[in-house]
Design a binder for this molecule. Structure first.
Ligand code: IPE
Ligand code: IPE
Ligand code: MG
Length: 263
């Protein structure tokens, strides 16, 4: 269904998605929160003798596909690593391209996302983003704040260590002001000071492009996340790849330190 060029994803849900949705809901084990390290845009482009920027453009298309697929099969939270604090060290032209792509595509897709009940949020050092990016992000967050469909979070100027340090500073300040007691600090209290405070911990962490590392993503939150690493570069990642990752997640036994018999 299309209204003013805006498609309502649920009404175009494919048979394949319907079958998968039923299958996943039968198993009752759909990950509630999927976090993705979207990696390999540059290599995807270099392999085609193209400038790295083409990889980033194509990577946006993957984001659109994955957001729609995640929403259609009923994932509650999708958190995408779009730009790390370390990525500021890339050549300025590449940083500018990445920030411009964010602004252009969020502007273009915002109505569509809103109509599909997606709630947009961010994690990371928001105030370090360019003013144009802050503007469209603020507009997106404000417009979608009452939506109760997919929670789509962009990790922007984010790093796990940065988030932990800014949390520690806030906590130290509260202790100084005597609004918090040292002995009251526990996992739940600490989590409330992170920029991820409104997100449950990821159940499934996906990294594309085959790299076996975390690259400073969600260090605190992935304590018990299941990991799925695929050699596929992010621009080639699609619905079927997402389903494969979920199938893999479904085959895991999450023990959280216990033994099988206790589960
Ligand atoms: C991921 O792709 C996008 C960002 C980090 C912003 P890369 O740009 O890291 O691509 P590779 O890893 O160099 O191939
Ligand atoms: C991680 O990818 C950051 C994002 C996907 C945004 P990188 O390409 O920056 O990671 P490293 O440098 O290879 O570890
Ligand atoms: Mg990379």
């Amino acid at each position: 269904m299309e209204i003013n060029n805006i498609s309502i994803w649920n009404s175009t849900i494919s048979n394949e998605e319907k079958i998968l949705k039923e299958k996943f809901s039968e198993i009752g084990n759909l990950p509630k929160h999927i976090a993705i390290i979207m990696d390999g845009n540059g290599r995807w482009a270099i392999n085609r003798n193209l400038d790295r920027s083409y990889g980033h453009k194509e990577g946006i298309e993957s984001i659109k596909k994955i957001v729609k697929a995640a929403s259609n099969i009923g994932i509650n939270y999708l958190t995408l690593y779009a730009f790390s604090i370390e990525n500021w060290n890339r050549p300025k032209e590449e940083v500018d391209i990445l920030m411009n792509l964010l602004v252009i595509h969020l502007n273009k897709e915002l109505d569509q996302l809103h109509r599909n009940n997606v709630k947009i949020t961010t994690i990371g050092n928001f105030s370090s983003l360019p003013a144009t990016a802050q503007e469209i992000l603020n507009e997106s967050i404000e417009m979608t704040k009452h939506n109760n469909g997919l929670n789509l979070t962009f990790a922007l100027s984010y790093s796990g260590r940065w988030d932990i340090i800014q949390a520690v500073k806030k906590i130290a300040n509260e202790i100084k002001l005597e609004t918090l007691e040292i002995n009251d600090i526990d996992v739940d209290i600490f989590s409330q000071y992170l920029t991820t405070r409104n997100l449950p911990d990821p159940d499934l962490l996906i990294r594309t492009s085959g790299e076996m590392r975390i690259s400073n993503y969600l260090l605190w939150e992935i304590a018990y996340s299941e990991m799925y690493i695929t050699d596929t570069f992010w621009p080639d990642f699609n619905r079927n790849e997402l389903y494969k990752a979920i199938e893999s997640f479904n085959s895991r036994e999450r023990r959280f330190g216990k033994i099988s018999e206790q589960l």
